[in-house]
Design a protein around this ligand. Structure first.
Ligand SMILES: [Zn+2]
Length: 506
């Protein structure tokens, strides 16, 4: 019999959910790349002086004059391509670069009164540079002082993570009382899962920290065993151990461990696990160019506000806290991470990020595995939350993937929550449904939000859709603090789950 227990609520985490942290959405990123191209650094105006200087140095000196960096990340070639058409969006730009690379073709650019031909090697290097810029722009976007995120803006995400952790602890105690077997999914699998379409690891890092605090001071189950909470990435991903000076191999937790550890015959501790997937990849991760393993890094220490979790940067001043661990890393620097399996040095361009592109996708096995897992989560979910994820249905791949994922799900029962942000919405309701929703769609001037709602209603039954226009984090905040009741109402609303939290798993 196939497994019948899956996370009941699946949260799709998108760019809108992290906007309040300063992270840029794709639309803004392409604008910024064009600005950099035009030597316009006005977007750094309110940044710390040191960061500002370092970023300018990266794009005006390192990527231009450094003989090695400028070859690998060819900013000049990228500029030339962008100059031929400044109206390109990110989707079109990546598709164009991929088409040229796939066909082994160069690019003939007419700009500044003459033509310049770029060979395909330079197109590849331009693409690498574009990805590097995206990574560095996001890294600098969250830094308030060098190396650190802004405590105030991160605090709501941290509190949210604390509440999620608290709920999963409570769930364990309830599930145990009900006699759910500890070595079965019914007990150990979280009732929520997160699928992040963002590359930034900030929510993940906050959940990690909240879990660690819980695990350092755990509750005891009835027979005295300690409860421990972990995350499963949907694919084997390796890192080196934190708080350790060695490059010792370290595995992220996964479901198979739950089965083993929770074995009644060998009682030691009890593990519960939540799914958190990054189907588009995550900053700081690498595919080793020698052995092909998927590796990542979470930095060297448990500092909730440190940007180390983004991984090392090619520019040290943009990642001030980073300490290269191994001899090889210290020798090569420039974002080097030594593969804990084979010892090969990996660089930021080994980072597998999925970009929106219509070109034939290069298959990246670990990410394919995560995508399969994501399909299963969506297929088996009872409640899907679009948290700042705007479902870009103009991307036909996204639309078809969504449709096929939920096609086997009974759509009269599948519930949906949309959390989006409309600063001009003046209504009082926490949630818009049915008629109110229709009225909003008709009358609102916010085409982006309306489009997102319409897309969702295309796939889901409108009777099963509710919408909040407060955005993340406000949807779960009250008087500046994250409120547990609001998180419960967001994830497990009584209108969708009769029994409310904790859910009943029959
Ligand atoms: Zn390797």
């Amino acid at each position: 019999m196939p497994e019948k227990y899956w996370p009941e609520t699946v949260i799709l985490w998108g760019a809108g959910a992290t906007k309040s942290l300063g992270l840029y959405a794709t639309k803004e990123l392409i604008q910024l790349v064009i600005k950099i191209n035009n030597n316009d650094f006005s977007f750094l105006e309110n940044k710390d002086e040191k960061l500002k200087k370092a970023f300018k140095k990266l794009v005006t000196e390192d990527l231009i004059k450094d003989p090695r960096l400028s070859k690998i990340y060819d900013l000049k070639a990228l500029e030339t391509i962008l100059k031929t058409n400044t109206k390109l969006n990110m989707h079109e730009l990546f598709t164009m670069l991929d088409q040229l690379i796939d066909n082994d073709m160069g690019f003939n650019a007419f700009c500044n009164g003459k033509t310049e031909f770029l060979r395909v090697d330079r197109i590849k290097a331009a693409k690498r540079c574009l990805i590097l810029l995206i990574e560095e722009l996001e890294r600098i976007s969250v830094q308030k002082s060098p190396g650190y995120m802004d405590e105030l803006s991160v605090s709501s995400y941290y509190e949210f993570s604390k509440v999620l952790t608290e709920l999963m602890r409570e769930e364990a105690l309830f599930f145990e009382k009900r006699g759910y077997k500890r070595d079965a999914r019914r007990f150990y699998l979280y009732s929520y899962a997160i699928i992040s379409f963002n590359w930034d690891p900030i929510l993940l890092w906050n959940i990690f920290n909240a879990h660690k605090e819980e695990n350092d001071n755990p509750v005891h189950l009835t027979d005295g065993l300690k409860l421990r909470l972990f995350d499963d990435f949907g694919s084997k991903i390796t890192s080196t151990e934190m708080d350790s000076s060695e490059s010792e191999i370290w595995y992220t937790a996964d479901e198979s461990q739950c089965k083993r550890v929770n074995d009644y015959k060998y009682p030691s501790r009890i593990v519960r696990i939540g799914k958190i997937l990054f189907p588009h990849g995550v900053f700081g991760s690498r595919i080793c160019p020698e052995c092909g393993k998927y590796i990542t890094t979470f930095g060297n220490r448990w500092d909730r506000l440190s940007t180390e979790v983004f991984g090392p940067s090619v520019c040290e001043e943009l990642q001030i806290n980073w300490k290269y661990k191994t001899k090889k890393e210290a020798k090569y620097k420039r974002g080097a991470i030594e593969c804990p399996y084979c010892g090969q040095v990996t660089y930021p361009y080994d980072m597998p990020l999925i970009m929106q592109t219509l070109a034939k996708k290069r298959s990246i096995p670990p990410l394919e595995e995560i995508k399969t897992e994501m399909g299963l989560l969506m297929k088996n979910a009872k409640h899907i939350i679009f948290a700042g994820y705007s479902l870009p249905l103009d991307d036909i791949m996204v639309k078809t993937f969504f449709m096929s994922s939920i096609s086997g799900n009974d759509r009269s029962k599948l519930k949906c929550t949309v959390v989006n942000f409309d600063e001009n919405y003046r209504g009082n309701e926490d949630w818009l449904r049915g008629e109110e929703l229709n009225r909003y769609v008709k009358e609102s001037g916010n085409s982006q939000v309306v489009e997102c709602i319409e897309n969702v209603c295309d796939i889901f039954n409108i009777q099963n859709v509710r919408v909040s226009l407060k955005g993340v984090p406000d949807v779960f905040m009250e008087h500046g603090r994250c409120k547990k009741e609001k998180v419960i109402d967001l994830l497990y609303p009584k209108e969708y789950f009769k029994e409310g939290f904790p859910l009943i798993r029959n």
